[in-house]
Structure formats: structure tokens, C-alpha cells
Write a protein that binds this ligand. Sequence first.
Ligand code: BDR
Ligand code: CA
Length: 324
Amino acid sequence: MDLSPASPVPLLLDCDPGHDDMFAILLAAAHPAVDLLAVTTVAGNGPLEAVTLNARKICTLAGLDGTVVAAGADRALRGDRRTAPDIHGETGLDGAPLPEPAVPLADEDAVTLMARLLAESDRPVTIAATGPLTNVATLLERHPEVKERIERIVFMGGSAGRGNTTPLAEFNVHTDPEAADRVLRSGLPLLMCGLDVTHQALATPEIFDRLHAIGGLLPATLGGLLRFFAGAYEKVYDMPAPPVHDPVAIAAIIEPAVVRLVDAPVAVELAGEHTRGATVVDLHGVTGAEPNVQVALDLDADRFWDLMLDAIRTLTDRGALGGA
Ligand code: BDR
Ligand code: CA
């Protein structure tokens, strides 16, 4: 059954690759329901230079030579720099050799590029954010005129329950809480794919087997990278299978039924001594605040992995490096 909409969703993907961001790029680039306008980068899993290089290398590996890649913020709005070498390694994408990038870096910075593409698009554009929200918050502040060109912002970040960077804060929101706060207060339609749902996107041994079975350099390289990521999750969180967070946000755009959503008021804690960067999700309406976010709480993990693995197969068949 083909559930793709008649015309693809114009999409800007802002990310910090990052193992799971890499899967988000591949899904967005391969699926016919998405028209990937550009990949923009933000410091997060690694320093800005590293994650930008990784984005270009991933696109090269996957045969996505025409992808527009632009670099954005190298630190959070408040000036902090936080990276995640314990999870993603020193390069931000450790685990397998990647080709030198054939995909160029755009002359424009990420925010300028996003503003221009939004202004030029003949249809409202969806923004998917799978890193800290620094670029998106800066876009909204510097270019308020493009707000009406944004269909919605779908972000991986936050949690209705516990965190992964502090007991209550998730990495992307914790890395730039002020940026998340601006986005949450923007009044734009928002869809949050937090840890509640991304911890259901587990790369189990069966997923490794299915990836390997595709055959070719792209799946083999992804398998090596994913093994590194799995090792980090086992070491740091004692999780036997790693959650592949970021492509869940892309899957929710491609096929809305892949997630179960509830409307809820969501705020971010900016001041708490122990809770800075935590998302406060009022699932039961106890604050009386108006819902500002669609919060994803459940994932159809089987369907999610079918989408993800089909995307990798498509790219391999299309002629990723070493593919058909
Ligand atoms: C998020 O943090 C990053 O390490 C991942 O890429 C993902 O976007 C999960 O908390
Ligand atoms: Ca990410």
C-alpha cells in the first residue's frame, strides 16, 4: 500500500550527525514523500566542524551528491559548548571509515540558507530538527517574516519522563535550553519526538541482520557505525540495543500513523538546580495551560524499521558508493 502523499513534503533537516542523525538524513533523502531541500548542521554530538564534515561524508557515501549542506551555530545561544563523545566518539561519528566528502559546503550559513529557502518555496516548509534547537531559534528571531512559511517544526528532543543527559533532561534540549524555550513558545505547530518514543526505535540484533542482508558498502558501513553506537549505549546506559532516535522524527512526517500523538502543554526548565533542560510535559492537563505541542508517545517500531531499511535499500540500489 502506498501511503505517500501526492506531492512530497518540502523539508529542511537541521541536525548534528551523529549516528542517529545519519539515519535521519538517509530516510529523508530516500523517501519519495519528502523533498529534502537542505541539510543544515548545528554543534551538538560533536563540534560544528566535525558534524558538518560528517553530514557531507554521509551524503557522499549514500550517493546524495546534490544535497545542499550548510553549517550553523557552533555553540548554544548562551555560549555553552557541549558534545557527546561518550556516545558518538571523538569524530561525532566513530565506528567505520567514511569517504572524503564530495558534497560541497554551501557559502551561506545555515540560518541564512533556511530563511532564503523558506521565502522561495511555493509551499509551506516543514523543519525537522534532530540536534539542539539553536539554529531554529535563531532563524525565528532573525527572520520572523518566514514564520508564516513554516508548516510545522518536528523535533527530536525532550521527554515526558526521564532524561538521558541528566536524570530529567534529554541531550538536545539540555544542550541549548534557551533555544528549545524559544521554539516551544513560538506559536508554530510543533511535534515532539522525545525519548518516550525514540526509546522504542531499538536496533536489535534482528535489525542488524536485516541491514547486513541488504548487501553493499552503504549497509556494511552503517552496520559498523551502528555497532559503535550500540557499544556506547551498552557501556553508558546498560542498554542491550541502542535507540536510534532521530529518524523517528522523519518517519513521523512521512507516515503520521507510525506514532501515537497527544496534545499537551510543554515547557522547558531553564533555572532548576537539578532540572535545567528538562521538558515539563503536562500529560493530564493539571497546569490548565493550552497545549502547544503534539507529543509522540508510542511508536510502531516494526513499521518504523521497515521504512528505515527500505530507505537504505533504495539508496543502495540507486547507486550509493559501492552499491548497484
Ligand atoms: C539525541 O541526542 C543525540 O545524541 C542524538 O543524536 C539525538 O538527537 C538523543 O537524546
Ligand atoms: Ca541528533
